[in-house]
Design a protein around this ligand. Sequence first.
Ligand SMILES: [Zn+2]
Length: 276
Amino acid sequence: MIESISIESGKPGPHLLILGAIHGNETCGTYAIKKVIDEIHQGVITLKRWCITGIPICNPKAYKNKVRYVEKNLNRVFMKHHNPLFYEEHLANQITSFVEKCDYVLDIHSMQSQGKSFIFQDYDDEATSDMCQHIGVPYIIRWRAQLNTLDDHTDTIGYAHTIWKIWVLVECGQHNDDTSKKIAYQAIMNVLIRLWMISNKKIPSKRPVSIKVNSVVIKTQKWNFSQSRKHWDLVDTNQVLAVYEDGQRIISGTKGFILLPNEKAKTGEERFYIGE
Ligand SMILES: [Zn+2]
């Protein structure tokens, strides 16, 4: 069984679920969840309303091997599997049971590329928007509302939406950068404050900048990038971004910037996003 920790306050209120290491090599959430749970146990933080559940390591085998996943990307098979075949499908069955019991989910990730922390906001309902505004990261990247390309409900946020849970996915910075741990910890604290689950602390008043994603580029065969790309790199209209083995070119449709270029993406995975 996957390891989880729950702390109840004994008073009515929301149930917050916090997930770390959905991708095994993204460990800032693991650190931050354990720290917050420890601080509640030690009395440094007092839980004032209902319940917090933490799953510090959602993909234990991938975490142990310091890889994104073992057999399937957990964030692409996140649903109930009646006949689970792959390791991550078994994990998805366990974690979705936790999701069903909670009201809010904070899903903590880190990224391959350097760059400032941000939130993926997929849905525009009031509760989700409010949560995103108060997490304390500088950017919100909105894409599902603009694109219908990955509308298959097999990622974490899509699954949550089908069962009416408020889900916020925060990307805290580069995998091995210690700053990502601080951002992850602060994100949890800010959510707890916003939900009135702890008191005596203030949320940063600065609100994040919202960015609209124009397209998601999925790697369909081997390719070469026209140049090395970094997160937030600017691109011009009709610029050649990459060339496939068969000569087909990937061209930016609009002016904007590259988001989350993943050098290690496998064929069939999203390689980068273009936003404006
Ligand atoms: Zn991730």
